[in-house]
Write a new protein. Structure first.
Length: 542
């Protein structure tokens, strides 16, 4: 047999903090052959990402250590390699796509500079040559009009667009091994299909190997040659993808395969009280050019939209990245300026000043897409969740606030004993549950949920959908549910609107839209969501 490209043998990873040592990865072994895709699958906290970071020694040493094991890449042990040797491997022979692009991209540098830096450092390209290759890479990962994005900064791109920039950077040097840590988490379904098709094509063309980390078993079935199932730091089952899916042996593997959002939303009630109404909502961003920075055009992120969200009901908002979904939600929640009328509980709030809006913030809550960016790294989980209580319910005692924090953590499936830890000590999925807890602790009337399940594994997605449904029934909550995961939308939303280029292209009851879509665009979204394959021609995200 030929020697594997990457051979992980008896690897353990431990973390030491405050004199206490915990084991995150416990003596695992697996190989990746040249041109092969191996998927590491498991729920949040199972040790997948820690394993991936160990390959390039990107863990926070010396707090992290390896009590046992070796990682052989092309016959050389990376765990024993010195930093100069690792620098030659990182970004050149082995590259990595991280889970959270907003924290991985430099907020002070343009997209052109960040992608170009990879090309100049590893390939010695000049400015014009790097610019040309950058444009090719951005187009290849599905970014429309890449010339217009070269001068953009990360905060000016949507979550999906930022993830695609990360993928472009990782593919720039055509690596031997690409480590992809949840690379499609932030992507809409059609671009997800495009990226999977792109990775598969590059793998075939370049003989590239792929270590693919995900909680989405639908993606694993499409892209992986072999699967390693992880839980609690151990690989409990491994084998060819078809064998694992058709004949799982371990109880945990069967649990993962059976886990997906189930159930149906409560019956639609057109007579229910309208909690949030938007009439002719417009959000136009000016495009300025020239020395005097005159406005020459506008980006019409939201262009004349009418929506109604009723008590005890959920309005799903779907569409590709850059379609205006999040911008619409932020406008309704008065987080950004907009034109049009916004009625909240019968009152027009779009004319209110900042100080007039503050008392209403308790009833208008948001769960953001990127929990790592929305949770303060300097505050403990308890401090993050109780912050709103201190502002909106100042008469509560310390003990009463702590009781509320404990109760809401239990509701979202987190151990209350962890409430004194900090966000960086939690996995991506656990951080998202903290963000949900922060919103729910104030018992709001309207909640904008911006991709609240995108970072969660399948079983936790199902739990969160059930949780949101239960909270809605208990408190008569109105949800604006923004997502690219149509399976989750189908399980939670009564009605749905489909957005493209700032406009609604289709709207109606969720089941009716899913069963009988009337536009080609909606048909393409549904087809890509329920049958992951190469994206339909003509459907390309911005």
């Amino acid at each position: 047999m030929t020697e594997p490209l990457l051979s992980v043998r008896d690897l353990s990873v431990a973390f030491t903090q405050g004199g206490r040592t915990s084991t995150a990865v416990d003596r695992i072994s697996f190989d990746i052959a040249k041109g092969e895709t191996v998927a590491l699958v498991g729920e949040s906290g199972s040790g997948k990402s820690v394993t991936a970071l160990s390959v390039l020694k990107l863990l926070p040493y010396p707090a992290a250590s390896h009590p046992s094991g070796s990682i052989l890449f092309q016959g050389k042990d990376l765990l024993a390699a010195r930093e100069p040797e690792l620098r030659k491997v990182r970004g050149n022979n082995i590259t990595m796509i991280f889970q959270e692009p907003m924290t991985s991209l430099n907020p002070l540098h343009t997209i052109e500079r960040q992608v170009g830096e990879v090309l100049s450092l590893h390939q010695g390209m000049g400015e014009s040559q790097a610019r040309k290759r950058t444009l090719e890479l951005l187009a290849e990962v599905g970014i429309r009009d890449p010339e217009k994005r070269l001068g953009a900064y990360p905060h000016q791109l949507s979550g999906g667009q930022r993830q695609r920039v990360m993928i472009a950077m990782a593919l720039a040097n055509e690596p031997d091994l690409l480590i992809a840590d949840e690379p499609t988490t932030a992507l809409d379904v059609t671009v997800q299909a495009q990226i999977l098709h792109l990775l598969d094509r590059l793998k075939q063309k370049k003989g590239m190997s792929l270590l693919f980390i995900t909680h989405d078993l639908g993606i694993v079935r499409k892209i992986a040659d072999r699967v390693c199932v992880m839980t609690r730091g151990k690989i409990v089952e491994a084998g060819p993808t078809k064998t694992i899916f058709d004949n799982p042996q371990h109880d945990y593997t069967r649990h993962l395969l059976a886990a997906e959002p189930k159930g149906k939303p409560p019956a639609a009630d057109a007579s229910a009280r309208a909690v949030m109404q938007g009439e002719d909502i417009k959000v136009w961003f000016p495009i300025k050019q020239g020395f005097l920075r005159r406005t020459v055009d506008h980006v019409k992120a939201v262009d004349g939209i009418d929506v109604t969200v009723r008590a005890g009901q959920t309005l799903g908002v779907v569409g590709e990245s850059g379609s205006g979904k999040t911008t619409l939600g932020l406008a309704l929640a008065r987080m950004i300026s907009s034109e049009g009328r916004i009625n909240f509980n019968g009152s027009d709030i779009n004319r209110l000043q900042y100080y007039q809006m503050r008392p209403l913030r308790r009833e208008l809550q948001i769960v953001f897409q990127d929990p790592y960016g929305s949770l303060s790294p300097r505050m403990s989980v308890s401090e993050i969740i109780e912050e709103g209580l201190k502002i909106h319910e100042p008469k509560l005692t310390d003990d009463e606030r702590d009781e509320r924090v404990v109760a809401v953590l239990q509701e979202v499936g987190l151990d209350p004993e962890t409430r004194h830890r900090y966000p960086h000590e939690f996995s991506g999925g656990q951080r998202q549950r903290i963000a949900i807890a922060r919103a729910m602790v104030l018992k709001p009337k309207f909640v904008m949920l911006d991709e609240p399940t995108s970072a969660l594994d399948m079983s936790v997605q199902a739990q969160v959908v059930d949780l949101l449904r239960d909270l809605q029934a208990k408190n008569d909550l109105a949800y604006l549910f923004i997502s690219h995961d149509l399976k989750v939308v189908r399980a939670l939303a009564n009605d749905v609107i489909v957005m493209r280029n700032g406009r609604i292209v289709e709207a109606g009851p969720t089941e009716e839209v899913f069963r009988n879509p009337s536009t080609d665009y909606t048909k393409a979204l549904i087809s890509a969501a329920f049958r992951i394959e190469a994206a339909p021609e003509g459907v390309v995200s911005q």
